[in-house]
Design a protein around this ligand. Sequence first.
Ligand SMILES: Cc1cc2nc3c(=O)[nH]c(=O)nc-3n(C[C@H](O)[C@H](O)[C@H](O)COP(=O)(O)OP(=O)(O)OC[C@H]3O[C@@H](n4cnc5c(N)ncnc54)[C@H](O)[C@@H]3O)c2cc1C
Length: 473
Amino acid sequence: MNTSLSGKTVIDWEAFACALDPVETISETSTVKRRSRDFFWYSPILNAQLKRSFGDLVALPQSIDEIAQCLRVAHAFDAPITIRGGGTGNYGQAVPMDGGLILDMTAFSDILDIGDGFVTVQAGANIKEVNEALNAKGWELAIFPSTQDIATIGGFVGGGSSGIGSVANGMLRDPGNILSLRAMSVTAAPEEHLFEGDAINHMHHAWGLNGVITEVTLRTVPHRDWIGCMATFDSYEECFSAGYALAQSAEVGRKLVSTVDARICAYFPKLEGHIRPEKHLMVSLVPREDLDAYRSLVAMQSGSVDLAMSEAELAAAKLPHVFEFSYNHTTLQVLKADRSATYLQVGVPTPPDPAKVAALAPKLGDDVWMHHEFALLNKEIVSFDLPIIWFTDEPRLREIEAIYEKDGFAVYDAHICMVEGGGLKNADYRHLAWKKRMDPKGLLNSAKSREWKNVAHLSPEQIEELIPEDADV
Ligand SMILES: Cc1cc2nc3c(=O)[nH]c(=O)nc-3n(C[C@H](O)[C@H](O)[C@H](O)COP(=O)(O)OP(=O)(O)OC[C@H]3O[C@@H](n4cnc5c(N)ncnc54)[C@H](O)[C@@H]3O)c2cc1C
């Protein structure tokens, strides 16, 4: 009997659910449909492509044995599998392209060990809960996404790249930020493999296509008394200059530096009365002991410090974390009011030049409102733009991208649901070689890789031979 909700599989899903026993499953249509979605709707292009892609059944394993049971049964039934954490990815990474089993990892969420400079967790652990447990012991994650309230550690390692802390501690992929991870194969007898050192990047940012991450050890740093700070400026150039100065400062610590065009700030109703209206905004997290130096830095750049509050003070004032006005939360604040907005991901040439950024703005037009993040990459401060785009149609979107590129700004396609698009740009043959080892039948959401069909017939070693000589390890 074909009971496929996705319409893409010929598996008897009732029999499949019975075979998974005792693993908890959900077959109720609206829940399966909800858990087939992530935040792909940020992109009108992805929304049109993905909004009708659903899985067939959700499984919620609670232990390593239950994860192995799910993978063994899926292997026996030749069932496509999509791994899901909090479902906060932006490119439809957690959307089942071929239907099948949704492996929801959120019930596999224990914090296993907290030590000096590290935390070990099960992959479905909620990031906020991990940070809270760390804070209680004097530590915090070195890097975490602004979606920490919903996202999981496994999802961040599977689909994320940087976040709060990156301006001080670099990108997630940098050596020492992910200390080790374990991942399980989709085979007749699923096995866990340990990845350490350079091998971690064989799994990191592979969008769950080459194994199920089960356990992660992440770098932690001593917890500091962070103050959420908001400073405003008359011009975006001054605001961006202040952001760059703070990101590089030897006097002021920081774990977040974001700059936001004044027109975007008009979509932050919660900040009304807390920041000067119609001014460009710098959002930062600064340690309490560096507040005086921070104030001097802002004054040097002709800005005004409008808000400086601890987490407790923000909560008492019914204000969210300041990082909810940074990274892709900035876009979300606008989308809450108007669904015709979308965004781009653009690298600013290094070193970031405020005059060059200011000169670009009028060329882009009134439908592009800039928002920059600062981060540490290869020991240098870099900046990237996540602008709000008022979407009209795809040709205009591509025209905006071309204007950025003409001025030397690199565009990372935010409107593509293939792992080889976006930041990666090229096929990652290390990921694909490990996919062949860990998922020889290609059950793990293979439709998300453009290149998989070209290499699926090769051995892992033959796929590794395709790695370009100048590739990062
Ligand atoms: C408002 C907003 C703000 C954001 N801010 C940031 C940010 O600051 N930094 C950032 O990097 N990203 C950001 N993102 C993207 C996303 O939130 C993060 O990358 C987040 O960490 C993903 O975690 P998740 O648990 O929601 O993963 P999911 O969306 O569930 O999954 C992400 C990918 O990882 C795979 N995956 C999930 N669990 C596993 C596992 N156990 N094993 C193998 N693969 C797995 C999934 O199949 C999917 O391909 C943002 C997104 C939104 C909507």
